[in-house]
Design a protein around this ligand. Structure first.
Ligand SMILES: [Ca+2]
Ligand SMILES: [Ca+2]
Length: 234
């Protein structure tokens, strides 16, 4: 009987999903994106949105978007993007962000340390913040990776996979609980690079952005809470 109830939860909450924002850049432009003036160049090439920047010490770029003017319509949303890091140390996406990236939640491929990691970050500035969760991984320059960042209430989740969009795994690589930022904010694409030897360079690209209001994290969270309650776990 209890199993039947779980099935009903899955069925009843997974039926409706609206695409809030999408862009494949195949029209050759990035109209609608608000490009942050960091010194980076933002171009669309071969249907991909490219950020490039060179400078002595640090380089970065960010571009913002939302389904309403200057703000997302809902606080809970799921963001998928295809990313390629050719040069630089970080590439990722940010949700519930403000326009100057001093707040928000970011899912980032981070090659700045001796070990590459997928990290979930509470943003507190450009390339600054508190790491909420991380997972070491091998990330190859030039390889296409899919990222999914999802926020639902105080649940934050991140996934990374390769192959087609449809190869998305069900399991989250990273999850965290944080209630610092509950406003919808905006969505951002983000890249960063640094070089202590005086020649920082960043070259990365994005494609196939899709933001939906479907939040499977909540589904897993509520089902897990239910299962824990069922077995008397804490
Ligand atoms: Ca366009
Ligand atoms: Ca494209």
């Amino acid at each position: 009987m209890k199993i039947v109830i779980i099935s009903l939860i899955f069925m009843s909450t997974s039926s409706f999903s609206a695409v809030l924002l999408s862009d494949d850049f195949n029209d050759g432009n990035a109209d609608g994106w608000l490009e942050v003036s960091s010194g980076a160049s933002y171009t669309v090439e071969s249907g991909r949105y490219c950020f490039t920047h060179t400078a002595p010490d640090t380089v970065w770029g960010a571009s913002l978007n939302s389904d309403l003017t200057g703000v997302m319509s809902v606080p809970d949303y799921s963001c998928r993007a295809n990313v390629v890091l050719n040069e630089g140390t970080m590439v990722g996406v940010v949700g519930r962000a403000d326009a100057i990236l001093t707040r928000g939640y970011a899912l980032i491929i981070d090659k700045s340390g001796s070990t590459s990691c997928l990290i979930l970050v509470k943003v507190e500035g450009i390339a600054q913040g508190e790491v909420l969760a991380y997972q070491p991984g091998t990330f190859t320059s030039g390889q296409e990776y899919w990222l999914r960042l999802e926020m639902n209430g105080n649940l934050i989740g991140g996934k990374c996979w390769i192959g087609d969009a449809g190869n998305e795994p069900d399991v989250w690589d990273l999850t965290a609980t944080d209630n610092s930022f509950q406003d919808p904010g905006v969505f951002a694409l983000f890249g960063f690079g640094s070089d202590s030897r005086g020649s920082a360079a960043m070259a990365l690209s994005f494609d196939d952005i899709e933001i939906t209001d479907e939040t499977s994290l909540a589904l897993q969270g509520s089902s897990w809470a239910f299962i824990k309650a069922m077995y008397g776990l804490n």
